[in-house]
Design a protein around this ligand. Structure first.
Ligand code: FES
Length: 117
């Protein structure tokens, strides 16, 4: 583990198009404000805050994908996001984006990188 990394989860916890992992951010200790999912083989992570009304996206803890497993969906008003960029392609905040978080995967683990306090 590098000095700029913080462990989020095991790689095996993130399956393509399946449930994501929620994790705390240094700026919000004790609250799971970040999330990670696997999409096209890579881990993608974002702040768990919809750019429409600033609610968390998941309708059940860790449920970020819509039925097809191809897009992330906000449970509050149904905004649809592209998982690799967090760009909103449909819904009330179309054209806005989720705030990305930098992650790295190695040695069977997923790490948050260069976290801002
Ligand atoms: S809060 Fe996400 S679409 Fe409205």
């Amino acid at each position: 583990m590098d000095r700029d990394e913080r462990l989020i989860c095991d790689s095996a916890s993130l399956v393509e198009g399946a449930k994501g992992v929620r994790f705390a951010l240094a700026a919000h200790p004790g609250e799971e404000r970040g999330f990670a999912v696997r999409y096209l083989g890579k881990v993608r992570a974002f702040v768990n805050r919809c750019p429409h009304a600033w609610t968390e996206l998941d309708w059940q803890p860790g449920e970020f994908f819509e039925e097809s497993g191809l897009y992330l969906v906000c449970s509050t008003h149904g905004a649809i996001f592209v998982p690799d960029t967090g760009f909103c392609v449909a819904g009330p905040c179309r054209g806005a984006s989720l705030e990305p978080l930098q992650v790295r995967e190695h040695g069977g683990h997923v790490f948050l990188v260069n976290e801002k306090p």
